[in-house]
Write a protein that binds this ligand. Structure first.
Ligand SMILES: [Zn+2]
Length: 138
């Protein structure tokens, strides 16, 4: 049966109806692609979480000092914003954190002013408030 390979789109002769790929290598490569592997010097490696999310986890762990939402207690080091039920919280957090980290990690390119820190502080307060509300089911 003539089919087009799902990965390289070349025509091939499928021996079974459920064959999707022309070769084992196409099947493997397609699976890598689906699972976000990338080619690094000689082999494929699974991509880790997005760097933004890792950075966010770091910064949020610093918020736990006073309000201590349950969520943070459960897993202090790795908060995954994808798992936060309210998407709004995730986006506020991501904005706050990426803005703050840019200021902190690249001070030479973006000199931080007193206003920047005020803004960051306000954003952090807002984030804490949202997390608190979420804990108490709004
Ligand atoms: Zn193929």
């Amino acid at each position: 049966m003539n089919k087009n390979c799902k990965h390289c789109h070349q025509n091939f002769d499928a021996r079974r109806r459920n064959h999707l790929y022309c070769t084992l290598s196409c099947k493997t490569l397609a699976s890598y692609k689906r699972n976000n592997y990338r080619y690094v010097s000689g082999h494929y490696q699974k991509d880790n979480m997005l760097p933004e999310i890792q950075e966010s986890s770091l910064a949020v762990s610093q918020l736990e000092n006073d309000s201590k939402p349950k969520m943070l207690e459960a897993n202090k080091q790795t908060i995954n914003f994808k798992s936060v039920s309210n998407a709004a919280i995730g986006s506020v957090a991501a904005d706050t954190v990426s803005y703050g980290l840019k200021k902190m990690l690249a001070p030479q390119s973006l000199p931080a002013t007193k206003g920047d820190f005020e803004r960051l502080k306000n954003d952090m307060e807002e984030l804490k408030r949202l997390l608190f509300q979420s804990k108490n089911g709004f």
